[in-house]
Design a protein around this ligand. Structure first.
Ligand SMILES: *[C@@H]1O[C@H](CO)[C@@H](O)[C@H](O)[C@H]1NC(C)=O
Length: 341
């Protein structure tokens, strides 16, 4: 009787926590890119995250001033390990252990790490691509050794260029030549029950194909059933692109994997259909939309990170559009209203 009471109490509490979690709808985070020479300090930035109720952050490297500012904040962190450090952590377990000790363990008492995302958009022809999976393995072992294996998942972020086929979504598959890298990544993630991180730029797909892709389809404002892919149909490009990746994973032994959208957004200047209004519509619709999952994975919230917190005026790489993805001006005023709940 007593045991049964305890069991049902636990179930009840469990349900309560699950519910309060989804009701809060706090799954959408923001990427903190820092290629600007006019940006507010890390402390001011983390204050702005709190003020705007942004509960998750993606960092591209473990900058200690940022990690210090995150102490005690309760903001969940996707922590990047930059490409330039892949070789070092792949080369020895003790270097990976030091990386985790110095950049994670030192902060773990009052910073909530969710992932270490090892490498960003590593391409097969990058000189360091051979180090990616060994680096993931060493960092994963270091995280376990530090006693953090049940709290922090290790993954890597890929972009849509890994797909050969992406249309219709059910036909999604990876390019043959990327499998030399994707296959061990998928095997690692399946083993570790870690999600794949995916930088998903609906904007670039739309802008590169605006003769065939409607702006409304890219902005989540088209009619249901705009694209038919029996037995499913698609109302928006975001779902179609994400399901193409789900299909590709199913074809490659990764059907059990979850996908976290580690970057998406809409720029306000510098390209086709770039303006404040379209960016406002995209990001607000995105926040409402991701609660519901995709046609292939309905009802399952998609963990998502908007790119980016600020415009980044130091970015030199053309096209110019790269500089204008920010939600906020350097003076911390919103460029347009985005509601994080
Ligand atoms: C902490 O991370 C940075 C960025 O990856 C790296 O350069 C540095 O070596 C790391 N610290 C240690 C002790 O490994």
């Amino acid at each position: 009787m007593y045991i049964r009471f305890l069991v049902s109490l636990t179930l009840l509490l469990g349900l309560f926590f699950v519910n309060s979690n989804t009701a809060a709808g706090q799954q959408v985070g923001v990427c903190y890119g820092r290629f600007g020479d006019n940006l507010p300090s890390p402390a001011e930035t983390i204050e702005l995250f709190k003020q705007k109720n942004i509960r998750r952050i993606r960092l591209y490297s473990p900058d200690h001033d940022v990690l210090a500012a995150l102490r005690g904040s309760d903001i969940e962190v996707m922590l990047g390990l930059p490409n330039r450090d892949l070789e070092q952590v792949a080369s020895s377990q003790s270097k990976a252990d030091m990386w985790v000790q110095n950049n994670v363990s030192n902060y773990v008492d009052d910073v909530k790490f969710r992932y270490v995302s090892v490498g960003n958009e590593v391409k097969i022809f990058d000189s360091y691509s051979q180090f990616l999976v060994p680096a993931m393995e060493n960092i994963d072992r270091a995280v376990s050794r530090a006693g953090l294996g049940d709290r922090i998942k290790v993954s890597t972020a890929v972009d849509m260029a890994v797909l050969g086929e992406s249309y219709p979504p059910s036909k999604g598959s990876f390019k043959g030549e990327v499998m030399v890298l994707m296959e061990p990544i998928i095997r690692f993630l399946v083993n570790k029950k870690s999600p794949l991180h995916l930088n998903l730029y609906t904007y670039f797909s739309y802008a590169g194909n605006s003769d065939t892709i409607g702006l409304d389809y890219a902005l989540f404002t088209a009619s249901p059933g705009t694209v038919s892919d029996p037995p499913r149909s698609y109302q928006n490009l975001f779902d179609a692109m994400l399901d193409a990746v789900h299909s590709a994973l199913e074809r490659s032994g990764g059907e059990s994997l979850e996908v976290v959208v580690s970057e998406t957004g809409w720029p306000t200047e510098g390209g086709t259909s770039t303006n404040l209004e379209n960016a406002r519509i995209y990001n607000n619709n995105l926040i409402n939309h991701v609660k519901n999952g995709t046609p292939k994975r309905p009802g399952k919230e998609i963990e998502t990170y908007i790119f980016a917190m600020y415009d980044e005026n130091v970015k030199q790489t053309p096209p110019d559009v790269e500089k204008f993805w920010g939600l906020f001006h350097p003076n911390k005023q919103p460029k347009y209203e985005v509601n994080f709940g």
